[in-house]
Design a protein around this ligand. Structure first.
Ligand code: SF4
Length: 121
């Protein structure tokens, strides 16, 4: 299955994400995680503009790794985007949430790398 990474930066303003350099993180992913077919970085995927993007982008046959707030929160906030795309959101099948809260760039990168490299084909 194709693997795609959706990074939500929470408007670059969330205090719990202050130690993450999103520019460095995205470039490191591009260069060092070839398992990711592509990545998209958006400031607020849980709001209207983000949901519109998800509606256009998401499809069957892809595993989406969402890099954002706590998984429980993502589950509530991203449901509408999946629904608008007509894709059923199934945790650890086509959707793998990764929390970035209270982590730094290296920690987030390592978690993403581990998830994609261990996450099957
Ligand atoms: S999905 Fe989570 S991280 Fe992204 S904007 Fe919404 S609350 Fe912030």
């Amino acid at each position: 299955m194709k693997k795609a990474i959706l990074i939500c930066t929470c408007s670059f303003a969330c205090p719990s994400m202050k130690d993450i350099d999103f520019a460095e993180l995205s470039e490191k992913i591009r260069l060092e995680i070839p398992e990711a077919s592509y990545m998209v970085l958006h400031p607020r995927i849980c709001e209207r503009n983000g949901e519109e993007m998800m509606a256009d982008l998401l499809k069957e046959g892809v595993i989406y790794y969402t890099i954002a707030c706590k998984p429980e929160k993502q589950e509530k906030l991203l449901r509408d985007g999946f629904q608008k795309a007509g894709v059923i959101m199934e945790r650890d099948k086509n959707w793998v949430p990764i929390s970035v809260q209270f982590k730094n760039t290296d920690q987030v990168f390592e978690e993403i790398e581990r998830a994609l490299k261990n996450g099957g084909e």
